[in-house]
Design a protein around this ligand. Structure first.
Ligand code: FE2
Ligand code: FE2
Length: 138
């Protein structure tokens, strides 16, 4: 799988949110590295925990901002975040329980989160850009 490279096509134009998205790219690349480097279960676990934690924080930041400004798609956006989190948490539990081959499951997680994040930023996050701009957010 390709390393996730940040470029301007991902930019929402809101510096704080873009920084958080870049951090998420970083976590996903770290996860990918742990796979390529044949790192142990503990390292993968740490990276996954970091990813879950950071994602949770980022989703909160977005949701608070969108809620505060009465974004019309707020609930749909929040639901997309929740679905993703619950999916990754599910993987994490399986992984942690040792119920699956850790290499296989971490490869699967990496593929799923990579694709999800790219798609979410490009379509769902970018959809709030005109709205936030119209509300004077910079
Ligand atoms: Fe986002
Ligand atoms: Fe989002």
């Amino acid at each position: 799988m390709q390393k996730l490279e940040w470029d301007d096509s991902y930019a929402t134009g809101f510096a704080a949110l873009d920084e958080e998205h870049k951090m998420l790219f970083g976590f996903i690349n770290d996860l990918r590295e742990t796979l390529l480097g044949r790192k142990g279960k503990e390292v993968i676990e740490k990276v996954l925990e970091g990813l879950l934690d950071y994602t949770n924080g980022h989703f909160f930041n977005e949701e608070i901002l969108l809620y505060k400004l009465h974004y019309p798609e707020y609930y749909a956006h929040k639901a997309a975040h929740e679905k993703f989190l619950s999916e990754v948490r599910g993987y994490y539990v399986t992984f942690k329980a040792g119920d699956a081959d850790s290499k296989l499951i971490s490869a699967e997680i990496t593929a799923v989160v990579t694709e999800w994040l790219q798609e979410h930023i490009m379509k769902v996050d970018k959809a709030y850009v005109p709205f936030l701009k119209s509300k004077g957010v910079r």
